[in-house]
Structure formats: structure tokens, C-alpha cells
Design a protein. Sequence first.
Length: 276
Amino acid sequence: MKKYIAEMIGTMVLVLMGCGSAVFAGSVTGTVGAGVGTVGVALAFGLSVVAMAYAIGGISGCHINPAITLGVFLTGRMNGKDAGMYMIFQVIGAIIGSAVLFALVSTGAHDGPTATGSNGFGEGEMLQAFIAEAVFTFIFVLVVLGSTDPKKGAGNLAGLAIGLSLVLVHIVCIPITGTSVNPARSIAPALFQGGEALSQLWLFIIAPFVGAALSADYTGRGLCTICQSIRGLSSQSGQSIIREQEARMMRSARARGIQAHGCTTREETSTIWNTG
């Protein structure tokens, strides 16, 4: 339960700080520099991820994003139960963050460009929005999966790499959709905004999931040949394999220090298949 609570807190902070920067400091007359603008909002989201990565990363891995959780699940790094619970608590955390923002806006002065930080797109711009969200989520999740790779990742610098990549994504994508790349971050503000934000919400759920799935597939750590073989299938022929071959592949994998469960590269898988 502790890791689920960590995901909830982390996502709450992300929404509170990221969307909060757009709500209260995005472009407000009379504030320092008349608002932080696109770069400032982008930094708020990115720095929130960096801060949470080092605060809760050791507890839950600091996904704080259902798209990241999907990518991690598809690469075999977590089971379905944890993935589902992560997503639920991420949405709960995002709703809490949005509720705090809603309370702040409702109880005091507010002259910002948005009251919730919800995502959206203009008339006739649905395709542009979908492409942007799918592509930028693909890039973002790719950075996450690569930098957190147990063998070739960035180690303690992973949080920084992920946060900075989110800054870059926001700088480009904010003018298009306000930048989601995170279904939880979109769901919560839309619930408080209502109207058009709620009717367009589907795009900010589906497109990030599409991008995350493509990213997981690209890493080559989805359902690898070994995992398919263990389940009685051959990805090359689609036919059942015999138990003796299955056992031989497992022994060969262990001898090479390769975990035969959805986390081998295609090159490693090929080596195992060709072992006599």
C-alpha cells in the first residue's frame, strides 16, 4: 500500500505545482515578469517530476503518470495488479491536486488564463492534438524506460533526465494542447472544468496510451521470444514448442545472467535462440 500512496502523493504534487503554475502564474498582470509563460510552466512540470523522483522514487519508482505505468507494465517490469493500482491512485492524487487548486481559485483573487489547467484543442485541430500527444508521450516514455533500465540506465541521474525531457516536451506541446502526456494530469482538471474539457478528455487518455505502448514496443522488451516460448508459443513460427527446448532456453538464459521474463533485448533473445 505504501507504494500506491507514494504514487498518489507524487501525482498530487505534479498537478498542484504544474497546473498551479499555469493557473496562478502563467500570464498574470502584476506578477513578477507578468507571468512565467510557457517556459515557466514547462519548468514547473519538469521540476515537479525531478523533486518527486528523488522523494518517492525509492518507494514506488515515481511513475506518477498512467502512461509511464503502462509502458513499464508492457516491458514486463511490473505485474498487472500493481499497474492497475498505480493508475487508480495516480488519478486519485491528481484529483486531490486539482481540488486544492479549485479551492484556491474559488476562495481568492484569480486573473490567470485558466482556472484549472485543463487540456484542450481548437475546432478542426483534433488530428494535430492526437498526433502531438501520441508522439510526445512516445518520446517521454522512451526516455523513462531507457534512463531507468537496470543495466544501461542513467542510475541516480534518471530523475533529472526524465524531468528535463518533460520540460522540453511541454515547451513544444503547450501551444498545441496545453500538454498532457499524462492521462491522470488531464482527467482531474477536466472534472473540475467540465464542458468542452470533459468532452475532449478521451483524446488525452487514448493518445498518451498509444504513445506509451509504441515506446514500450520500440524498446524491444515487450513480450520477448523467451516469454512467448515459456507460454508455449514461438514468435517465429506461432507453433507450440516442446518442454525440452523450453528448459534449454531457460538454462541458457540463466547462464548468461539474463532474466527470462520480458526484459531481454532482441539481440539477447536471438543469442539464446541460437544456442545449441
